[in-house]
Write a protein that binds this ligand. Sequence first.
Ligand code: NAD
Length: 274
Amino acid sequence: MNSLMLNMDGVQIPQLGFGVWQVPDDEAEQAVQTAFQAGYRHVDTAQAYGNEAGVGRAVRDSGVPRRKLFITTKLWNADHDQAERAFEGSLSRLGLDYVDLYLIHWPVPEQDKYVEAWRALERIYRDGRAKAIGVSNFTVQHLTRLLDETDIAPSLNQIELHPYFQQRQLRDFHEANGILTEAWSPLGQGRELLDDPALAVLAGKHGKTPAQIVLRWHVQLGHVAIPKSVTPSRIKENVQVFDFTLDVEDMAAIGAMNRRLRIGPDPDTFNFLG
Ligand code: NAD
Protein backbone atom coordinates (compact mmCIF):
# COMPACT_ATOMS: atom_id res chain seq x y z
CA MET A 1 0.00 0.00 0.00
CA ASN A 2 1.37 3.40 -1.02
CA SER A 3 1.33 6.23 1.51
CA LEU A 4 1.39 10.00 0.96
CA MET A 5 2.91 12.71 3.17
CA LEU A 6 0.06 14.45 4.98
CA ASN A 7 1.67 17.25 6.99
CA MET A 8 4.90 18.87 8.13
CA ASP A 9 5.19 16.42 11.06
CA GLY A 10 5.84 13.63 8.59
CA VAL A 11 2.45 11.96 9.17
CA GLN A 12 1.74 9.56 6.30
CA ILE A 13 -1.69 8.57 5.01
CA PRO A 14 -2.27 5.25 3.20
CA GLN A 15 -3.46 6.16 -0.27
CA LEU A 16 -6.46 3.84 -0.16
CA GLY A 17 -8.75 3.76 2.83
CA PHE A 18 -11.90 1.86 3.68
CA GLY A 19 -15.06 4.02 3.77
CA VAL A 20 -17.86 3.00 6.13
CA TRP A 21 -20.69 5.44 5.36
CA GLN A 22 -24.07 3.63 5.55
CA VAL A 23 -22.54 0.60 7.27
CA PRO A 24 -24.61 0.00 10.44
CA ASP A 25 -22.64 -0.02 13.67
CA ASP A 26 -23.20 -3.74 14.27
CA GLU A 27 -21.85 -4.58 10.80
CA ALA A 28 -18.97 -2.12 10.83
CA GLU A 29 -16.75 -4.24 13.06
CA GLN A 30 -16.91 -7.23 10.69
CA ALA A 31 -16.53 -5.10 7.55
CA VAL A 32 -13.49 -3.30 8.96
CA GLN A 33 -11.94 -6.62 10.08
CA THR A 34 -12.41 -7.94 6.54
CA ALA A 35 -10.74 -4.79 5.20
CA PHE A 36 -7.78 -5.18 7.58
CA GLN A 37 -7.38 -8.80 6.48
CA ALA A 38 -7.43 -7.66 2.84
CA GLY A 39 -4.56 -5.24 3.57
CA TYR A 40 -6.28 -1.91 4.29
CA ARG A 41 -4.79 0.03 7.20
CA HIS A 42 -6.90 3.18 6.87
CA VAL A 43 -10.58 3.61 7.81
CA ASP A 44 -12.80 6.63 7.11
CA THR A 45 -15.68 7.09 9.55
CA ALA A 46 -17.60 10.09 10.94
CA GLN A 47 -19.67 11.04 13.94
CA ALA A 48 -22.64 11.21 11.53
CA TYR A 49 -22.19 7.62 10.31
CA GLY A 50 -23.15 6.27 13.73
CA ASN A 51 -20.54 3.51 13.52
CA GLU A 52 -17.51 4.88 15.37
CA ALA A 53 -18.03 2.27 18.13
CA GLY A 54 -18.00 -0.61 15.63
CA VAL A 55 -14.91 0.78 13.92
CA GLY A 56 -13.19 1.16 17.30
CA ARG A 57 -13.96 -2.45 18.24
CA ALA A 58 -12.42 -3.63 14.97
CA VAL A 59 -9.31 -1.53 15.63
CA ARG A 60 -8.88 -2.83 19.15
CA ASP A 61 -9.52 -6.49 18.20
CA SER A 62 -7.49 -6.43 15.00
CA GLY A 63 -4.17 -7.46 16.48
CA VAL A 64 -2.59 -4.77 14.30
CA PRO A 65 -0.54 -2.27 16.36
CA ARG A 66 -2.44 1.00 16.66
CA ARG A 67 0.45 3.01 15.18
CA LYS A 68 0.14 0.96 11.97
CA LEU A 69 -3.51 1.93 11.52
CA PHE A 70 -4.85 5.23 10.23
CA ILE A 71 -8.26 6.29 11.55
CA THR A 72 -10.20 9.33 10.33
CA THR A 73 -13.37 10.72 11.83
CA LYS A 74 -15.31 13.95 11.26
CA LEU A 75 -16.99 16.77 13.14
CA TRP A 76 -20.73 16.97 12.46
CA ASN A 77 -22.42 20.14 11.21
CA ALA A 78 -24.41 20.90 14.36
CA ASP A 79 -21.23 20.89 16.47
CA HIS A 80 -19.14 23.61 14.83
CA ASP A 81 -19.37 25.71 17.99
CA GLN A 82 -18.51 22.81 20.30
CA ALA A 83 -15.89 20.97 18.32
CA GLU A 84 -13.70 19.94 21.25
CA ARG A 85 -16.63 18.37 23.07
CA ALA A 86 -17.75 16.58 19.90
CA PHE A 87 -14.20 15.36 19.33
CA GLU A 88 -14.03 13.90 22.84
CA GLY A 89 -17.31 12.10 22.13
CA SER A 90 -15.86 10.60 18.95
CA LEU A 91 -12.70 9.48 20.76
CA SER A 92 -14.77 7.91 23.48
CA ARG A 93 -17.04 6.01 21.04
CA LEU A 94 -13.97 4.86 19.12
CA GLY A 95 -12.29 3.84 22.38
CA LEU A 96 -9.06 5.47 21.21
CA ASP A 97 -6.80 8.10 22.74
CA TYR A 98 -6.02 9.80 19.43
CA VAL A 99 -7.19 9.79 15.82
CA ASP A 100 -4.89 10.12 12.85
CA LEU A 101 -7.05 12.64 11.02
CA TYR A 102 -9.95 14.80 12.16
CA LEU A 103 -12.03 16.62 9.54
CA ILE A 104 -14.74 19.26 9.50
CA HIS A 105 -17.40 17.26 7.61
CA TRP A 106 -19.12 20.16 5.76
CA PRO A 107 -18.57 23.94 5.76
CA VAL A 108 -22.29 24.73 6.35
CA PRO A 109 -21.91 28.28 4.94
CA GLU A 110 -25.30 29.53 6.16
CA GLN A 111 -24.28 28.86 9.76
CA ASP A 112 -20.84 30.43 9.15
CA LYS A 113 -19.06 28.75 12.06
CA TYR A 114 -16.43 26.74 10.25
CA VAL A 115 -13.62 29.19 11.03
CA GLU A 116 -14.46 28.89 14.74
CA ALA A 117 -14.56 25.10 14.37
CA TRP A 118 -11.18 25.13 12.63
CA ARG A 119 -9.59 27.03 15.54
CA ALA A 120 -10.78 24.23 17.83
CA LEU A 121 -9.30 21.63 15.48
CA GLU A 122 -5.99 23.54 15.65
CA ARG A 123 -6.04 23.14 19.46
CA ILE A 124 -6.85 19.42 19.16
CA TYR A 125 -3.93 19.01 16.76
CA ARG A 126 -1.51 20.99 18.93
CA ASP A 127 -2.45 18.74 21.88
CA GLY A 128 -1.62 15.65 19.81
CA ARG A 129 -5.15 14.26 20.05
CA ALA A 130 -5.36 14.30 16.24
CA LYS A 131 -2.12 13.65 14.33
CA ALA A 132 -3.44 15.72 11.43
CA ILE A 133 -6.46 17.93 10.75
CA GLY A 134 -8.32 18.72 7.58
CA VAL A 135 -11.68 19.49 6.04
CA SER A 136 -14.26 17.91 3.80
CA ASN A 137 -16.49 19.41 1.13
CA PHE A 138 -14.74 22.79 1.28
CA THR A 139 -14.75 24.90 -1.89
CA VAL A 140 -11.97 27.28 -2.96
CA GLN A 141 -13.82 30.09 -1.19
CA HIS A 142 -14.07 28.20 2.14
CA LEU A 143 -10.45 27.09 1.94
CA THR A 144 -9.30 30.62 1.17
CA ARG A 145 -10.98 31.89 4.31
CA LEU A 146 -9.22 29.29 6.45
CA LEU A 147 -5.87 30.07 4.83
CA ASP A 148 -6.38 33.81 5.37
CA GLU A 149 -7.88 33.80 8.87
CA THR A 150 -6.27 30.90 10.77
CA ASP A 151 -2.80 29.59 11.62
CA ILE A 152 -2.62 26.05 10.27
CA ALA A 153 -3.50 25.10 6.70
CA PRO A 154 -5.77 22.04 6.28
CA SER A 155 -3.63 19.03 5.42
CA LEU A 156 -6.33 17.55 3.19
CA ASN A 157 -9.77 18.22 1.69
CA GLN A 158 -12.06 15.22 1.28
CA ILE A 159 -14.37 15.90 -1.67
CA GLU A 160 -16.72 14.13 -4.04
CA LEU A 161 -14.46 13.00 -6.87
CA HIS A 162 -14.79 10.34 -9.57
CA PRO A 163 -14.42 10.18 -13.37
CA TYR A 164 -17.89 11.73 -13.88
CA PHE A 165 -17.11 14.60 -11.46
CA GLN A 166 -13.45 15.52 -11.69
CA GLN A 167 -13.26 18.90 -9.89
CA ARG A 168 -10.18 20.04 -11.78
CA GLN A 169 -10.19 23.63 -10.52
CA LEU A 170 -10.46 22.61 -6.88
CA ARG A 171 -7.71 20.00 -7.28
CA ASP A 172 -5.45 22.62 -8.85
CA PHE A 173 -6.11 24.91 -5.88
CA HIS A 174 -5.21 22.08 -3.49
CA GLU A 175 -1.97 21.44 -5.34
CA ALA A 176 -1.01 25.11 -5.33
CA ASN A 177 -1.59 25.28 -1.58
CA GLY A 178 -0.06 22.00 -0.41
CA ILE A 179 -3.46 20.45 0.42
CA LEU A 180 -3.88 16.75 -0.33
CA THR A 181 -6.98 15.70 -2.30
CA GLU A 182 -9.06 12.85 -0.89
CA ALA A 183 -11.84 11.37 -3.05
CA TRP A 184 -15.17 10.39 -1.52
CA SER A 185 -17.54 8.26 -3.61
CA PRO A 186 -14.38 7.46 -5.60
CA LEU A 187 -16.36 4.84 -7.57
CA GLY A 188 -19.27 7.20 -8.20
CA GLN A 189 -21.22 5.00 -5.75
CA GLY A 190 -20.89 2.12 -8.21
CA ARG A 191 -23.79 3.37 -10.32
CA GLU A 192 -23.66 3.71 -14.12
CA LEU A 193 -20.02 4.81 -13.90
CA LEU A 194 -18.78 1.25 -13.47
CA ASP A 195 -20.81 0.17 -16.56
CA ASP A 196 -19.30 2.89 -18.74
CA PRO A 197 -17.96 1.38 -22.00
CA ALA A 198 -14.75 3.44 -21.77
CA LEU A 199 -13.90 1.70 -18.50
CA ALA A 200 -14.79 -1.70 -19.99
CA VAL A 201 -12.16 -1.13 -22.69
CA LEU A 202 -9.48 -0.29 -20.12
CA ALA A 203 -10.54 -3.18 -17.88
CA GLY A 204 -10.14 -5.58 -20.82
CA LYS A 205 -6.76 -4.11 -21.74
CA HIS A 206 -5.33 -4.53 -18.23
CA GLY A 207 -7.17 -7.66 -17.10
CA LYS A 208 -8.70 -5.68 -14.22
CA THR A 209 -12.25 -4.70 -13.20
CA PRO A 210 -13.76 -1.25 -13.92
CA ALA A 211 -13.60 -0.48 -10.18
CA GLN A 212 -9.87 -1.27 -10.13
CA ILE A 213 -9.31 0.94 -13.20
CA VAL A 214 -11.04 3.87 -11.48
CA LEU A 215 -9.16 3.39 -8.22
CA ARG A 216 -5.86 3.14 -10.09
CA TRP A 217 -6.71 6.44 -11.82
CA HIS A 218 -7.14 8.08 -8.40
CA VAL A 219 -3.86 6.59 -7.18
CA GLN A 220 -1.92 7.83 -10.22
CA LEU A 221 -3.37 11.33 -9.86
CA GLY A 222 -1.97 11.37 -6.33
CA HIS A 223 -5.33 11.34 -4.54
CA VAL A 224 -6.27 9.45 -1.43
CA ALA A 225 -9.42 7.41 -2.14
CA ILE A 226 -11.80 5.69 0.28
CA PRO A 227 -13.97 3.16 -1.57
CA LYS A 228 -16.74 1.46 0.35
CA SER A 229 -18.09 -2.08 0.06
CA VAL A 230 -19.44 -4.62 2.52
CA THR A 231 -18.91 -7.51 0.08
CA PRO A 232 -15.67 -9.32 1.02
CA SER A 233 -14.69 -10.07 -2.60
CA ARG A 234 -15.11 -6.39 -3.57
CA ILE A 235 -13.29 -5.19 -0.46
CA LYS A 236 -10.31 -7.27 -1.62
CA GLU A 237 -10.71 -6.29 -5.28
CA ASN A 238 -10.67 -2.58 -4.43
CA VAL A 239 -7.27 -2.72 -2.74
CA GLN A 240 -5.54 -4.72 -5.45
CA VAL A 241 -4.56 -1.80 -7.64
CA PHE A 242 -0.81 -1.59 -7.04
CA ASP A 243 0.26 -4.25 -9.55
CA PHE A 244 -0.47 -2.46 -12.84
CA THR A 245 -0.09 1.00 -14.39
CA LEU A 246 -2.38 3.09 -16.60
CA ASP A 247 -0.46 4.70 -19.45
CA VAL A 248 -0.81 8.30 -20.65
CA GLU A 249 -3.59 7.41 -23.11
CA ASP A 250 -5.50 5.45 -20.47
CA MET A 251 -5.32 8.41 -18.08
CA ALA A 252 -6.45 10.76 -20.86
CA ALA A 253 -9.38 8.46 -21.73
CA ILE A 254 -10.60 8.61 -18.12
CA GLY A 255 -9.92 12.36 -18.00
CA ALA A 256 -12.28 12.70 -20.98
CA MET A 257 -15.13 11.03 -19.06
CA ASN A 258 -15.90 14.11 -16.94
CA ARG A 259 -19.62 15.00 -17.03
CA ARG A 260 -19.60 17.40 -14.08
CA LEU A 261 -22.13 15.02 -12.56
CA ARG A 262 -22.38 15.62 -8.84
CA ILE A 263 -24.03 12.80 -6.88
CA GLY A 264 -23.98 14.24 -3.37
CA PRO A 265 -25.04 17.62 -1.98
CA ASP A 266 -23.52 20.90 -3.15
CA PRO A 267 -21.38 22.26 -0.27
CA ASP A 268 -22.44 25.83 -1.08
CA THR A 269 -26.09 25.05 -0.30
CA PHE A 270 -25.90 22.07 2.07
CA ASN A 271 -26.80 23.52 5.45
CA PHE A 272 -28.30 20.42 7.04
CA LEU A 273 -27.74 20.24 10.79
CA GLY A 274 -29.85 17.21 11.73
P1 NAD B 1 -18.19 4.59 -3.48
O1 NAD B 1 -17.86 5.34 -4.70
O2 NAD B 1 -17.09 4.05 -2.64
O3 NAD B 1 -19.17 3.42 -3.93
C1 NAD B 1 -19.59 2.43 -3.04
C2 NAD B 1 -20.56 1.50 -3.75
O4 NAD B 1 -20.00 1.06 -4.97
C3 NAD B 1 -20.83 0.23 -2.94
O5 NAD B 1 -21.89 0.43 -2.06
C4 NAD B 1 -21.14 -0.78 -4.01
O6 NAD B 1 -22.49 -0.68 -4.39
C5 NAD B 1 -20.28 -0.32 -5.17
N1 NAD B 1 -18.99 -1.02 -5.26
C6 NAD B 1 -17.94 -0.95 -4.40
N2 NAD B 1 -16.91 -1.68 -4.83
C7 NAD B 1 -17.31 -2.24 -6.00
C8 NAD B 1 -16.68 -3.09 -6.92
N3 NAD B 1 -15.45 -3.52 -6.73
N4 NAD B 1 -17.39 -3.47 -8.02
C9 NAD B 1 -18.65 -3.03 -8.23
N5 NAD B 1 -19.30 -2.20 -7.39
C10 NAD B 1 -18.63 -1.81 -6.28
O7 NAD B 1 -19.20 5.51 -2.66
P2 NAD B 1 -19.48 5.96 -1.17
O8 NAD B 1 -19.73 4.82 -0.27
O9 NAD B 1 -20.51 7.01 -1.30
O10 NAD B 1 -18.14 6.68 -0.73
C11 NAD B 1 -17.06 6.00 -0.12
C12 NAD B 1 -16.75 6.58 1.22
O11 NAD B 1 -16.52 7.98 1.11
C13 NAD B 1 -17.89 6.49 2.23
O12 NAD B 1 -18.03 5.19 2.76
C14 NAD B 1 -17.45 7.51 3.24
O13 NAD B 1 -16.43 6.98 4.07
C15 NAD B 1 -16.90 8.60 2.33
N6 NAD B 1 -17.90 9.67 2.06
C16 NAD B 1 -17.69 10.89 2.57
C17 NAD B 1 -18.58 11.92 2.35
C18 NAD B 1 -18.32 13.27 2.92
O14 NAD B 1 -19.21 14.12 2.90
N7 NAD B 1 -17.14 13.53 3.43
C19 NAD B 1 -19.74 11.69 1.58
C20 NAD B 1 -19.94 10.44 1.03
C21 NAD B 1 -19.00 9.42 1.27
